[in-house]
Design a protein around this ligand. Structure first.
Ligand SMILES: Cc1cc2nc3c(=O)[nH]c(=O)nc-3n(C[C@H](O)[C@H](O)[C@H](O)COP(=O)(O)OP(=O)(O)OC[C@H]3O[C@@H](n4cnc5c(N)ncnc54)[C@H](O)[C@@H]3O)c2cc1C
Length: 450
């Protein structure tokens, strides 16, 4: 059955809904393609979930601004195809109540999300729909291998990256694709499968309670040369050596299958980064307790310093350690920080200042454009030595040695800390050697309590 203006006896259009979440694209979108193949006219829907938005600290949130622009781009594409995004600003259950009374919904299609809160939300929607006899069909799209697909022989999850990555590679080599690759739909086929709707006005950023931030949405740029040379340049923060695709993976404006296909062909080091992403998703899925505490519970006994003034200096990039300060200023100014520098600033907060890794995790979580709960949490726990695949806690980064190694000419530091080397630049706020000793003692004392 193809899209027509047909209505039921109550005057409601019989349709299926495709619910966009972290998959804001039309190409290679598994759940959307399944909805389009359902035989019912498809209505694309999205919820600005106030349960999530109300937790954001700042009305000038770059992610919301970016998301808002991204939805406008999607809307333009849908309007060209003769339909409209239907967007609700509020709670998810209210959104569905509204849609179920507006349309004669035959089924809801969506791509799976693996974060604890998302799993709870989706289960509540499943129940809500089930109560009125409507199925919720979910699909693998956000990852190449889902958390339950890469398990040890005894069925338990991997907790160490290297064996996980080995198993991931062999699983991925034999996974039957969820569907065989079809040629993309022609515009006419899209039009006949989407529900004809007049364009709807999307909520403005202000109506959502947010302000413009200056961020400009741009579609993903996939630079094959950069991917091919990734292993040579990825640690040099002054060089554009990484792909900057994190924000697109976070919102699903790029297909991870496409990226993994490229990685398999072009660069194993970069493939491993994409596997780290799925590894941390798997850890959060199987061990949701990591959202609030150390993967290794003994590390929850560490006596952190609650030094708010020191934390503030770290946040503002005024520690007197140039690489740390450059990184924090880059994050504050752009919503992005180079991975090598993320490792250094995280290590500095936790080991040199002995501040709880969760403070840093939250600070990053409020600012990173590519913020992803699993990756942020996993990497912070890695830096703190509290995580599943942790380096031993007694390996402490020396921020000055890191600067000399990865930014020897100071190109990156000078870009973000122009006063470095002048009398305006602060002296180091701690003595690294003493701070390192203190951290080792405090960690040792916590572990002795086991
Ligand atoms: C303390 C700390 C916090 C971090 N928080 C996040 C976060 O919230 N979201 C996030 O996506 N990454 C996070 N990372 C990992 C990494 O720094 C970023 O993924 C990377 O810098 C993004 O740049 P890029 O898009 O150019 O990625 P590239 O270097 O080109 O890598 C491609 C993609 O692989 C994935 N990836 C790369 N490294 C990692 C990693 N170590 N762990 C998990 N996935 C990885 C990301 O999806 C990334 O976009 C964090 C790292 C640290 C040390």
């Amino acid at each position: 059955m193809m899209a027509t203006a047909m209505t039921t006896s109550e005057g409601r259009l019989p349709v299926v809904l495709f619910w966009f979440r972290r998959d804001l694209r039309l190409d290679d979108n598994i759940g959307l393609e399944a909805a389009l193949a359902s035989g019912w006219p498809v209505v694309p829907v999205f919820v600005y979930d106030t349960d999530l938005l109300s937790k954001l600290e700042d009305a000038a949130d770059r992610r919301v601004d970016w998301l808002h622009q991204c939805l406008s781009v999607l809307q333009t594409a849908f309007v060209d195809l003769g339909t409209s995004l239907v967007v609700y600003n509020g709670r998810v259950n209210e959104a569905f109540n509204g849609w179920l009374s507006r349309f004669d919904v035959k089924a809801v299609y969506t791509n799976r999300d693996y974060e604890p809160a998302a799993l709870r939300r989706d289960e509540a929607v499943r129940q809500q729909l089930m109560a009125v006899g409507i199925p919720l069909h979910t699909f693998k799209d956000q990852v190449v291998a889902e958390p339950h697909e890469v398990l040890k022989a005894d069925g338990s999850p991997y907790t160490v990256f290297t064996p996980y990555a080995k198993a991931w590679k062999s699983v991925v080599a034999r996974i039957t694709p969820e569907r065989s690759r079809k040629a993309s739909l022609t515009p006419t086929e899209w039009k006949t499968r989407l529900c004809p709707l007049a364009p709807e006005v999307l909520p403005s950023l202000e109506a959502l309670g947010f302000k413009p931030t200056g961020v400009v949405y741009a579609p993903p740029v996939i630079d094959e040369a950069r991917i091919a040379a990734y292993h040579q340049w990825r640690d040099m923060p002054s060089v554009e050596g990484t792909t900057r695709l994190g924000v697109h993976l976070r919102f699903g404006t790029v297909s991870v299958r496409r990226l993994v296909g490229l990685a398999l062909r072009l660069n194993e080091t970069w493939l491993n980064e994409l596997i780290w992403r799925e590894f941390f998703m798997s850890i959060l899925y199987h061990f949701p307790k990591v959202e609030h505490g150390a993967f290794k519970p003994a590390y929850d006994a560490i006596a952190w310093c609650d030094d708010e003034a020191a934390f503030q200096r770290w946040c503002e990039g005024r520690t007197g350690f140039p690489l740390v300060d450059a990184g924090m200023r880059e994050l504050n100014a752009t919503g992005w920080m180079h991975n090598r520098v993320r490792m250094v600033v995280a290590g500095f907060l936790v080991k040199d200042l002995l501040i709880d890794w969760r403070w840093g995790e939250t600070y990053f979580g409020n600012r990173l454009m590519d913020f992803d709960l699993a990756a942020n949490n996993g990497n912070w726990q890695w830096a703190a030595g509290t995580g599943c695949d942790a380096v031993p806690y007694f390996r402490v980064f020396n921020p000055e040695q890191q600067r000399l190694r990865w930014d020897p000419q100071g190109l990156y530091v000078k870009r973000w800390v122009p006063e470095w080397g002048t009398s305006d630049y602060p002296a180091p706020m701690v003595d690294h050697a003493q701070a390192r000793e203190r951290a080792l003692q405090v960690y040792k004392a916590a572990l002795a309590l086991r």
